[in-house]
Design a protein around this ligand. Structure first.
Ligand code: BTN
Length: 321
């Protein structure tokens, strides 16, 4: 567990022009020793960043990238929050479990997760410096049972952010996937702790495949894509994260006051499964039917043999004709 420090960010910023820079010159610019530079370079290499080095010329990034920058992100967020940014962490959701009972909105970001968690005990592939691994601890003055549509609301906020930042029109796949042309771009994992005095703490974990390219197929066992693969552009994650947080700061209070009913029209516009033949699976069984949208609790409506029933959990898959 290591917080992202400024020297590290500045070093990457210098190397970001793709040119070679020698340790002495970088050291002078950052006012640190050559051995401190070497330590940071070694760390980047350990994190899987491709760095070329030539004796006498120094180091160069094979593929320039921009690290997370706490101050830049905070500057663009419209409300005060507490923000922790790490180089590496087991899981941003796990980290925020240390802060239940706090009374501020707390956000955690990291460049890499070593034990990123997905739904249904799956892992979330989280390579260094490429994607967004974001968790937010948010309190609701509500009973846990009233939060059943939270993950759908979060999906809508993510889809909106992606559209604003990239002009990509994604769809939402019940309950929590963001999909582009059948491939997963983002997912969320929400963990809730209920307190006795009518307060619930939700850890809202969001993973977005931003700049990752397809050299990870062997690790991810479902069809996926990234924003960079879709458009061919590299994305600076910093403004993206501020925009995501600003959208959540609109969507979460609206969900808390008005419930999911407020978002049903929006859900219908994005609904990937609507009118499709699908399977809904959980640990015990698989059900077939035609997806018919959601009800006011965010439960999936499934029509089978002329009868429509609501389901509160499971994994969905379109049946290919
Ligand atoms: C899923 O679609 O299965 C949910 C994926 C959620 C991944 C995010 S990444 C940030 C946060 N920390 C985690 O360990 N998981 C969530």
């Amino acid at each position: 567990m290591q917080k992202l420090n400024n020297t590290f960010i500045q070093l990457v910023n210098i190397l970001n022009d793709g040119q070679y820079h020698d340790g002495t010159t970088i050291g002078k610019r950052l006012n640190i020793t050559r051995s401190a530079i070497w330590k940071s370079i070694k760390k980047l290499i350990q994190y899987g960043v491709n760095i070329d080095s030539i004796k006498g010329r120094g180091y160069a990034l094979r593929e320039p990238f921009i690290l997370l920058d706490r101050e830049t992100i905070l500057n663009d967020i419209k409300q005060p929050i507490t923000l922790d940014v790490f180089e590496t962490l087991e899981s941003t959701n796990q980290y925020l479990k240390n802060f239940f009972n706090g009374n501020t909105i707390r956000v955690c970001l990291t460049e890499q997760q070593t034990q990123g968690k997905g739904r249904m005990q799956r892992t979330w592939h989280s390579p260094f410096g490429q994607n967004i691994y974001f968790s937010c601890l948010y309190s609701f003055q509500q009973d846990m049972s009233e939060l059943s549509g939270l993950s759908l609301t979060v999906s809508l906020a993510v889809a909106k952010t992606i559209r604003e930042m990239t002009a990509i029109s994604c769809q939402v796949k019940w309950p929590n996937d963001i999909i582009y042309q059948g491939k997963k771009v983002s997912g969320n994992l929400i963990e809730i702790q209920a307190e006795s005095h009518g307060i619930c703490y939700a850890i809202i974990g969001i993973g977005i495949n931003v700049n990752m390219l397809h050299d990870h197929d062997e690790i991810i066992n479902q069809p996926w894509t990234s924003l960079r693969e879709i458009t061919g552009h590299y994305y600076n994650r910093n403004p993206f994260i501020s925009a995501l947080m600003n959208n959540l700061l609109t969507y979460l209070p609206a969900f808390s006051q008005l419930g999911l009913a407020h978002f049903i029209d929006e859900w219908n516009q994005y609904d990937y499964l609507f009118n499709q033949p699908i399977t809904l699976s959980n640990a015990n069984h698989t059900i077939h039917g035609i997806a018919k949208g959601i009800n006011q609790y965010g439960h999936l409506l499934l029509e089978s043999n002329g009868i429509t029933k609501a389901f509160s959990s499971g994994d969905t898959q379109i049946i290919k004709r």
